[in-house]
Structure formats: structure tokens, C-alpha cells
Design a protein around this ligand. Structure first.
Ligand SMILES: C[S@@+](CC[C@H](N)C(=O)[O-])C[C@H]1O[C@@H](n2cnc3c(N)ncnc32)[C@H](O)[C@@H]1O
Length: 311
């Protein structure tokens, strides 16, 4: 019998199969380079009735939502691992779940009326085209231009740096650091947060990829609210300002949303608190220093510190 864990396994191995291929690259006759794996083809050809029966049964139960959510989460993680500048919110996730739901339903329709060997290419091609539309609708077309040119995935590096490197770069003195501290885009390992807490400093981390625990929050900074006068220090190394710069440069970038979030973060500082970030944001720092007396900006070659000095 085809089981729930069999289904999860098929999703995983199918994503691994296409892992390094570009979803936007077309080979001869406009065909996409992505394909079903040998195992998936064999499974569908030999056991489509079982797969279809499983889907129809799951669709009547809560497990179906779990299945759709699993497929969507895995796919979104893969997308953001490939390119850290891609951004997705809960609405996008629901749209992706619907794409998987339609895909699974088409498998059931083929099982009843069709011939899988003849329809399998079309089944997957349609699914991949739906994923393309999903990406273009959620993130604009500019970011995907380069993915049309190469069959292999172009990875955008998303490294994590040691606490001592980050503290040194920002010139942060642990004896005078204002608490509480928020590390915005703290990375999967939240190593700076762990380091600060071991030193007895009240520190928290936020990142869309970190696991949530008592002091780390798995959250998207664009979807989060930064409450006024909350933080003594906000640190964001190669994270928020890097993404803000990306949106500032990109032709269809969402720079206004980033500018509003930047101001919200600044107002989430207590009076006397500081926001340290790298890279710097000269295009907004210029505006800030001429229009806002509440903030003092200190810029060096690699990093910026903005201090909130008044209301
Ligand atoms: C280059 S890493 C830097 C990590 C850490 N600050 C360091 O220097 O080691 C950038 C981090 O930003 C996170 N990130 C990117 N976009 C995000 C978003 N919209 N909301 C929350 N975190 C995000 C990524 O998950 C990644 O962990």
C-alpha cells in the first residue's frame, strides 16, 4: 500500500532530482530542462491507481493539508537556498499549496481517464510552468533573467560569519552594549546570539531560516512588526541592509517597502540605542542625516551605526 511517508519520500527525491537545474532554462523545442526522476516515472507508470487512491483518501482528511504544506515548504526552502534574495510570505505559500493541489488532482484525473505514459511529460511540464508563473508573480521577472541563460542553477552565496568577526567589524564593546539586543537575519545557527547570551547579554535572533526557540524567532523581517522603543541594540550583518541594497538596485525592486521597514527598525530602538549594519546604505543614510534630527549616523568603510538620540 502507498503510504504517507512514501509520498513525502517521492516529493523529497523529486526535488533532489531537479535540485541543480534551472526552472527557467529551455532546451530544444521550448522544452524545460526540469523533468520527473526515473523513480517518479516508474512509480506513476506502475502504481498510479494506488497513488491516486492515496491522494483521494488524504483529500478527505487533515493529512492533505499537511502534505500540501510539506511540499510547499520544501519548495520554498529550496528556492531561498538557491537565491537568498527571493522572498515569500504566507499568501505565496498558500498559492504554492494550490499549485501542488492542482498537480495531485491531475494525477487522479489521469488515473481515471487517461494514459499516464502518454501524459506524464505534459503533467510535469504544466506543473513546472505553474512554478515559473508563481515565481514571476511573487518576485518579479528581473531576478530570473539570468536563470534563462544557463541550464545549471546559479547559487547566490548566503554565508554565516563568526561572532568575533561581526563584533570586530562593528566595533561593538560587550561592556557597554545596550540591551536587549536583536540580531536581525541571525542565520540558521544564530551564533552571535548564542555567543552574546553566553556572556550574559540579553540577545534575541530573527531569521526566516532559524528554528524558533525561547530567544530565536523564525520570521520574515518584512512581515514582522518592530515595536517602538524596544531594542537597545539591533545588529544586522550581511542581512537586512544587503537585501535593501538589492531591492534598491533591482529594476523591479520593492525598495519602498524596505525603506519603510528600515524606519520602523530605527524607531524600534530605545533612546540611546543603536542599529549596526553592513553593508552601509548611503542612498538612505543621506536622506536620514538631512531630515531626521533624532538619529546620528556614523559610517566607516565597511559598516554603519545609527544611534537614536531623541524622540
Ligand atoms: C548572509 S546571511 C547572514 C547571517 C548572519 N547575520 C551572519 O552574518 O552570519 C543572511 C541571512 O538573512 C536571512 N534572511 C534573508 N531574507 C530574510 C527575511 N526576509 N527575513 C528574515 N531573514 C532573512 C537569511 O535566512 C540568512 O540567514
Amino acid at each position: 500500500m502507498f503510504t504517507f511517508s512514501d509520498f513525502l519520500y517521492v516529493i523529497d527525491q523529486q526535488l533532489i532530482h531537479n535540485r541543480n537545474k534551472s526552472l527557467f532554462y529551455e532546451i530544444a523545442n521550448g522544452r524545460l530542462i526540469l523533468s520527473p526522476s526515473k523513480e517518479t516515472v516508474e512509480l506513476l507508470v506502475r502504481r498510479i491507481d494506488e497513488v491516486s487512491a492515496f491522494i483521494q483518501l488524504a483529500a478527505k482528511e487533515d493529512t492533505y493539508q499537511h502534505l500540501l504544506s510539506y511540499a510547499a515548504d520544501k519548495t520554498l526552502n529550496l528556492f531561498t537556498e538557491v537565491n537568498q534574495y527571493l522572498n515569500f510570505n504566507d499568501t505565496h505559500k498558500r498559492k504554492l499549496e494550490k499549485i501542488y493541489q492542482d498537480f495531485f488532482e491531475r494525477i487522479c484525473t489521469i488515473a481515471t481517464h487517461g494514459e499516464i505514459t502518454k501524459e506524464i511529460d505534459q503533467l510535469f511540464d504544466l506543473h513546472y510552468r505553474n512554478l515559473q508563473s508563481f515565481l514571476l508573480e511573487s518576485n518579479g521577472s528581473e531576478i530570473f533573467k539570468k536563470y534563462k541563460e544557463s541550464p545549471n542553477i546559479i547559487y547566490v552565496e548566503c554565508a554565516e560569519y563568526s561572532p568575533s568577526f561581526q563584533l570586530g567589524l562593528f566595533g561593538i564593546d560587550l561592556l557597554t552594549i545596550e540591551e536587549p539586543v536583536l540580531d536581525l537575519g541571525c542565520g540558521v545557527h544564530a551564533s552571535l546570539v548564542q555567543f552574546l547570551r553566553k556572556k550574559g547579554i540579553e540577545a534575541y535572533g530573527m531569521d526566516r531560516s532559524v528554528s524558533s526557540n525561547r530567544y530565536t524567532y523564525r520570521m520574515n523581517w518584512l512581515e514582522s512588526t518592530f515595536c517602538p522603543k524596544t531594542w537597545g541594540t539591533v545588529i544586522s550583518h550581511m542581512a537586512f541592509s544587503n537585501h535593501f541594497t538589492h531591492h534598491h538596485i533591482k529594476a523591479d525592486g520593492d525598495y519602498e517597502r524596505y525603506a519603510r521597514k528600515y524606519m520602523e527598525i530605527l524607531y524600534s530602538l530605545k533612546i540611546g540605542g543603536s542599529f549596526y549594519y553592513a553593508p552601509g546604505l548611503p542612498f538612505i543614510e543621506k536622506v536620514l542625516s538631512s531630515n531626521h534630527e533624532s538619529f546620528v549616523i556614523q559610517v566607516n568603510e565597511h559598516a554603519t551605526k545609527v544611534i537614536r538620540v531623541s524622540e
